[in-house]
Ligand binder design. Structure first.
Ligand code: PMP
Length: 437
């Protein structure tokens, strides 16, 4: 079974002539298998040859309602007729901040455009607030493209991380000034002892602990009971700013995000993806006294496009729908069906596995059947089998990410029919992959 993708390949060849490696984000580069998508509707996308796929990448997570979701698209189309930026405030920005506060319980909101900008600024605010310079992040967590956080992300090789007792900061890109690594301390996720020991020894240098409450860039691995509470407690004890990076979990795992799901509150929270169903906007939110350090002339935050009408119109429409309709309930139900179904198929096939994450963003690890608790555990799984299985699935019209680190993202548009079709294709792909092993 091989789908004809000649037009798609031709488009990609053309892209390579004018765009380095033919992509506008290195995460979209799959070598000769790089896709060019011409259309999306609901849970489906179509490639350059008109092949249809049930999409589980959903733009890497933002598309929570569905591709081209009309109530959002129409609100944007209507709003932009009256202009898109004015270098002044607009009523949409005020309305959006009020919605976010109502849904998440944060005190205040500053808008920005991308997750990268949100985490970059939040680290600056934490430094300005505490007068300290270093921060802790966790191995396998990704916080965007700025220099400070490109160490020991999910793009690292497990072999380069050193021992758990003394983890090595693994720089994942050239082009980062040598001195930057001095400011970041990477620790394994869920390791209470290592965290406590590090904070107790170095608290006076620590401005922030930044954490994805769920490992959204490492297969959705969950926090152990007590882990987030422990981080909260240490931050309180030592005056460290706790930053929840909710770029992936925000408005997806609960209306109030991971703070509500796990019942732990951060000092600063970053939101982006699901807040606007795929339109570019992000938010830096949190406690009043921390956010009030952004005093004009003293602590820098800004941007020509922050709070623009495209993003704010999309976000106000999306959040209104998420707040008032049983969207997340439906997503949890369908995601659970998929997680259970995938687990059963793998069990029937005799493939050791562990299904990770939460129904709106889950993954599975092959070749091991114990619950993984950090990025190092994930790396013990059989990635190559996972990739072969997913490529077989894509041939059958179902498109999760080939990289098991990137969760399957559900949207409100994924139907019962999509779930059934996905599980049929999954069983078929498992059998074929096993036969060819
Ligand atoms: N934080 C997290 C947790 C993310 O998953 C991402 C993107 N995948 C980012 C930050 C960066 O967001 P953006 O791509 O919008 O810059």
């Amino acid at each position: 079974m091989t789908r004809n993708r000649s037009q798609t390949r031709a488009l990609y060849e053309r892209a390579k002539q004018s765009i380095p490696y033919g992509v506008n984000s290195n995460f979209r580069y799959w070598g000769d298998n790089t896709f060019v998508i011409t259309r999306g509707e609901g849970s489906h996308i179509w490639d350059g040859d008109g092949n249809r796929y049930i999409d589980y990448r959903m733009g890497f997570g933002p598309v929570i309602l569905g591709h081209g979701y009309l109530p959002v698209a129409e609100r944007v189309a209507e709003a932009i007729r009256n202009g898109t930026i004015f270098a002044w405030m607009t009523p949409l920005e005020i309305q959006l901040a009020e919605q976010i506060i109502r849904m998440t319980g944060v005190d205040m909101v500053r808008l920005t455009n991308t997750g990268t900008e949100a985490t970059m600024h939040s680290l600056r605010f934490a430094r300005a607030y505490t007068g300290r310079e270093r921060f802790i992040k966790f191995e396998g967590q990704y916080h965007g493209m700025h220099d400070y956080v490109l160490f020991s992300t999910a793009s690292s090789l497990a072999g380069g991380l050193g021992s758990r007792r003394s983890p090595i900061n693994m720089q994942i890109s050239s082009g980062i000034p040598e001195g930057i690594r001095h400011y970041v301390i990477n620790l394994p996720f869920n390791d209470l002892e290592r965290l406590e020991e590090t904070v107790e020894a170095r608290w006076h240098e620590l401005a922030a602990i930044i954490v994805e409450p769920v490992m959204g860039n490492s297969a959705g691995i969950l926090p152990r009971p007590g882990w987030l509470e422990k981080i909260r407690e240490l931050c309180d004890r030592y005056g460290i700013v706790l930053i929840f990076d909710e770029v992936k979990t925000g408005f997806r795992v609960a209306r109030g995000g991971a703070q509500a799901y796990f019942g732990v509150r951060a000092d600063v929270v970053t939101y982006a993806k699901a807040m606007a169903n795929g339109f570019p906007i992000a938010a830096i939110c949190g406690k009043r006294d921390v956010l009030m350090v952004i005093e004009p002339g003293h602590v820098a935050h800004g941007g020509t496009y922050t709070g623009n009408v495209v993003g704010t119109a999309a976000a106000t429409a999306t959040l209104e729908i998420l707040e008032t309709q049983p969207i997340l309930e439906t997503i949890f139900q369908r995601g659970r069906q998929l997680m259970d179904g995938i687990g059963e198929i793998l069990t029937r096939a005799g493939i050791p596995h562990f299904v990770t994450g939460l129904p709106p963003m889950f993954s599975f690890i092959l070749g091991m059947d114990e619950e993984p608790t950090d990025f190092r555990d994930y790396c013990e799984g059989d990635d190559s089998l996972h990739e072969r299985l997913v490529l077989a699935l894509i041939e059958r019209g179902v498109m999760p990410d080939a990289d098991g680190l990137e969760p399957w993202f559900l949207s409100y548009s994924h139907s019962e029919q999509d779930v059934a079709e996905t599980l049929t294709a999954f069983e078929d792909a498992v059998n074929v992959t096993k036969r060819n092993a």
